[in-house]
Design a protein around this ligand. Structure first.
Ligand code: PLP
Length: 411
């Protein structure tokens, strides 16, 4: 049984109801009435579990959060208005001015900009390392380090981190590890690999058809005995551990980020994301098989393909050992020059040119002229962005059709 098989039953059974509307109901209300002042008081002090106000929680969104938490084996989850919302929620709930972040590997452009431009304005500094610079990462940890952040697959550099080893470093130092698992839901299980928080852009393969922007952060339970969150490094979390015990990280995220920054998910998007989740295991299975087939055929035909399933990839061994359920929908093609890349994109009949990934359709985009246009030469080099680089997200089409179309477009 592959890893996705386990989720097929859980997702469709968990989302549909057996005693009411089968499809999840969309609770399109910003506010909720409290029948009496006593009930209002109970809802506000947390003793009555009923919705308070949609910025702090919504029943449709709660259903999504329950399934996402289950998917990752977390104690709870907080859905957000976008993937950037989920990353911001996780980071802003744990940091203050003077704190430091260690970021490992290639990064999604928005996250890179958050670290380098926005968080610096609030006095939070980020240090960047390549996935295999383990000693330098260890050396960079100091008393102000609050978060180690990595993506399960470098987008778009396709480098694969050794998550277990990095989690070990984080645990030894008592520092929180956040994994952006957008590209590999279910293929990689960050919390099982000993990460503390997994963040997702559900906009991508989880929703799956470009229908809804969204994000989600999944949190582990606080341990009964020793726990890194009980140390002085995470003093701000202590009062939530007192009040909410093993659910402290969820409450911390809601009270220290969601309430004040307001990156809340809306019920309509949560509904569309739930529909996506129902078929996610099937789509993942299809796409990880297609992406390896397409990478292999295009590479055999002389295209410069970057994908860890290829023997030439520097992390091929790691791919075989740690990514048995694939590493998502992405591969990249280096056409050598911007002109050749544009020629390819103008000739492909099948790929949709867009900045999204993880869609039902195959998507493609020239990197240097779009997402990375404002980045200087050195940063592009660090992130693996070359002049001719096209990022491709393989969709659900027949893989042979993709191969034929791409070979025709490359000639
Ligand atoms: C798209 C993406 C994000 C941001 O998600 P949005 O929903 O667009 O805000 C974050 N991380 C990764 C890896 C992504 O691909």
């Amino acid at each position: 049984m592959n890893q996705f098989e386990e989720y097929c039953t859980e997702f469709v059974q968990g989302i549909g109801s057996k005693d009411a509307a089968v499809s999840p109901s969309i609770v399109n209300s910003a506010s909720f009435a409290y029948a009496t002042p006593e009930i209002a008081e109970g809802i506000f002090d947390g003793s009555i579990k009923k919705p308070l106000y949609s910025r702090m929680g919504n029943p449709t969104t709660a259903k999504l959060e329950t399934i996402m938490a289950k998917m990752d084996g977390g104690v709870g989850a907080v859905a957000t208005s976008s993937g950037m919302g989920a990353t911001t929620l996780a980071i802003m709930s744990l940091t203050a001015s003077g704190d430091e972040i260690i970021s490992i590997g290639g990064l999604f452009g928005g996250t890179y900009a958050l670290f380098t431009e926005t968080l610096t304005r609030f006095g939070i500094t980020t240090h960047f390392f390549d996935v295999d610079e383990l000693q330098n990462i260890k050396n960079a940890i100091n008393k102000n380090t609050k978060i180690i952040f990595l993506e399960s697959v470098g987008n778009p550099n396709m480098r694969l981190p050794d998550i277990k080893k990095i989690a070990q470093i984080a645990n030894d130092a008592g520092v929180v590890l956040i994994v952006d698992n957008t590209i590999t839901p279910m293929s990689v299980l960050p919390l099982a690999l000993s990460a503390d928080i997994a963040v997702y852009s559900t906009t991508k393969i989880i929703c799956g058809n470009s229908a809804a922007l969204g994000g989600c952060a999944v949190f582990r339970a606080i341990n009964d005995g020793e726990d890194k969150f009980k140390t002085s490094r995470y003093q701000e979390v202590h009062k939530f551990i007192k009040g909410a015990a093993n659910m402290a990280l969820v409450v911390n995220a809601k009270k220290r980020a969601m309430r004040d920054f307001g990156m809340s998910a809306n019920a309509n998007s949560s509904y569309l994301t739930l529909l996506g989740l129902e078929t996610l295991p099937l789509r993942m299975q299809r796409v990880i098989s297609s992406v390896a087939t397409v990478a292999n055929e295009l590479s055999k035909n002389g295209l410069n393909i970057n994908h860890p399933s290829l023997k030439t990839h520097p992390h091929h061994e790691r791919y075989l050992r740690d990514f048995k359920n694939g590493c998502g929908t992405l591969l990249t093609i280096d056409m050598g020059t911007k002109e050749k890349a544009y020629q390819f994109l103008n000739k492909t009949k099948l790929a949709t040119i867009t900045a999204n990934i993880g869609d039902s359709r195959t998507l493609a985009l020239h990197m240097a002229s779009t997402i990375y246009r404002e980045f200087d030469e050195d940063t592009r080099k660090f992130l693996g962005i070359t002049d001719g680089l096209i990022r491709v997200s393989i969709g659900l089409e027949n893989p042979q059709d993709i191969i034929e179309d791409f070979l025709a477009a490359a000639n």
